[in-house]
Design a protein around this ligand. Structure first.
Ligand SMILES: [Zn+2]
Length: 445
């Protein structure tokens, strides 16, 4: 360390190639040890099976021929004839198959926090408009049959015998359905399970295989759905938004979806971050954006967002930051949200469909008054050394920030040349990397 240098050292490169990292917000300590990160990241399927053509559209419960196997949807996005997108709300059961949804917002069948959690702990009741929707849906024969069959499925999956289920009255079963209408754990499901024209089962459709326009709609719609959960449940202090891609990353289906979970806390990570933010309102520039730029970790940039290789994370991580002055994603302009989508889409495309990963959204909890930027992390779920970590609380990561940057930058140039990601971004040395690119605290300063 040089004298008179007061910049914290979040990333330290040692002579032997080891990279020691400290997360600027959580204090998490991570080491990257040389020689461990050169293997391919993805799950290689040596001999992928041919797809069963007769199962097309019905590979899993999120597929388009199986809409009645999930609880009644809250809304869906469809394509109009001219290619633009339109959101349809509160479709009755009779109309579920009239259109094919590009994206659907459905209640999670197995909520992390159930309707009962909010009802019994807070006195939460269904808002009038939701109670009305529930009544309308159940008033139709197809709607009632749909709800009863999903409840049967849920009870069976929870270990009830068929006799126990049959012993319940229709009223008792319907009473259990409030969570379908007023629940605060939603899933946003994309249309495709496999790529259009796929012949083998390793050709799954991921975030990165959407077109930039489809991905932009996915993100815009997810922002809308996040906002809708706060509107639905005033006891929610935070809506966690995340995407688990492939089973090693925690996904139960290899069918692209995001989850939105309302919780009654801000989460430990936010509390730690908020403490640091109170001490230094510019910490997201100093600790993240500027630091990444001084260390040449910037991967790409556009007018309203910045992507860099993250440091101090348990898993190799790509970080995408919004430069908007609006902390709440739903207050951002369509161009600002699109810019976030374009870089996030590029991050997924460069990562590749065969790499298990988590996408985590971080943004200002609803009851916080401090400004903070909307940011999204893509974490590659490649293996780590669990025993060492348990003993030392130091995490060993297989690919350092520069390794992440090099892998991604290299792919981005090729993807942009092939027209598979937005052309509207500046990659690596093309980026301007001006200090303080994040404008979230512009008003405060
Ligand atoms: Zn599916």
């Amino acid at each position: 360390m040089q004298p008179f240098d007061h910049t914290p050292h979040y990333v330290t490169n040692l002579a032997d190639g080891t990279v020691k990292q400290i997360n600027p917000f959580s204090g998490t300590e991570v080491w990257t040890v040389p020689g461990r990160g050169n293997r391919p990241l993805g799950i290689e399927t040596a001999d992928p099976r041919r797809l069963d053509e007769s199962a097309k559209g019905a590979y899993c419960a999120f597929c388009e021929k199986r809409y009645v196997e999930t609880p009644p949807e809250k809304s869906r996005v469809v394509r109009r004839g001219d290619g633009s997108f339109e959101t349809l709300y509160r479709l009755p059961a009779e109309r579920l198959f009239d259109t094919v949804a590009e994206f659907r917002r459905i209640p999670n069948l197995f909520e992390i926090l159930s309707y009962d959690y909010w009802h019994k702990n807070y006195g939460y009741e269904l808002p009038a408009r939701v109670a009305e929707r529930r009544q309308d849906y159940l008033a139709s024969q197809a709607g009632l049959a749909h709800v009863l069959s999903v409840i049967d499925m849920k009870l069976r999956a929870s270990g009830r015998s068929q006799e126990q289920i049959d012993a319940l009255s229709v009223e008792e079963k319907v009473a259990a359905a409030s969570g379908f209408f007023g629940g605060s754990h939603d899933v946003v499901v994309a249309r495709r399970h496999f790529l259009d024209g796929a012949t083998h089962e390793d050709q799954v459709a991921s975030s990165g295989t959407l077109t930039p326009d489809e991905h932009a709609e996915f993100i815009r719609y997810t922002v809308e759905c996040t906002r809708a959960l706060y509107d639905l449940n005033r006891y929610a202090r935070y809506v966690a938004v995340f995407q688990n891609w492939l089973k090693p990353a925690g996904a139960s289906f290899d069918h692209l979806h995001k989850q939105l979970v309302a919780i009654d806390e801000r989460g430990v990570q936010h509390e730690t971050t908020l403490e640091r933010l109170r001490r230094n309102p510019n910490i997201f520039n100093e600790g993240a954006a500027n630091y990444a730029s001084y260390k040449n970790l910037v991967i790409a940039e556009n007018d309203h967002a910045l992507m860099f290789a993250g440091f101090g994370h348990r898993y190799p991580t790509i970080e995408v930051y919004s430069k908007s002055e609006h902390s709440d994603p739903w207050d951002q302009s369509p161009d600002e949200i699109r810019a976030m989508s374009d870089l996030l889409h590029a991050a997924h495309a460069a990562t590749g469909s065969s790499v298990p990963c988590n996408e985590e959204w971080h943004y200002r909890p609803i009851d916080v008054d401090l400004a903070m930027p909307w940011r999204v992390m893509v974490k590659w779920r490649v293996s780590t050394l669990a025993g060492f970590e348990g003993a030392t609380r130091v995490y060993v990561n297989t690919i350092g920030p520069e390794g992440v940057r090099d892998r991604v930058v290299d792919k981005l140039f090729r993807l942009r040349d092939e027209g598979l990601i937005s052309a509207n971004m500046r990659i690596a040395f093309e980026a301007e990397c001006r200090p303080n690119p994040l404008r979230y605290n512009r008003v405060a300063r």
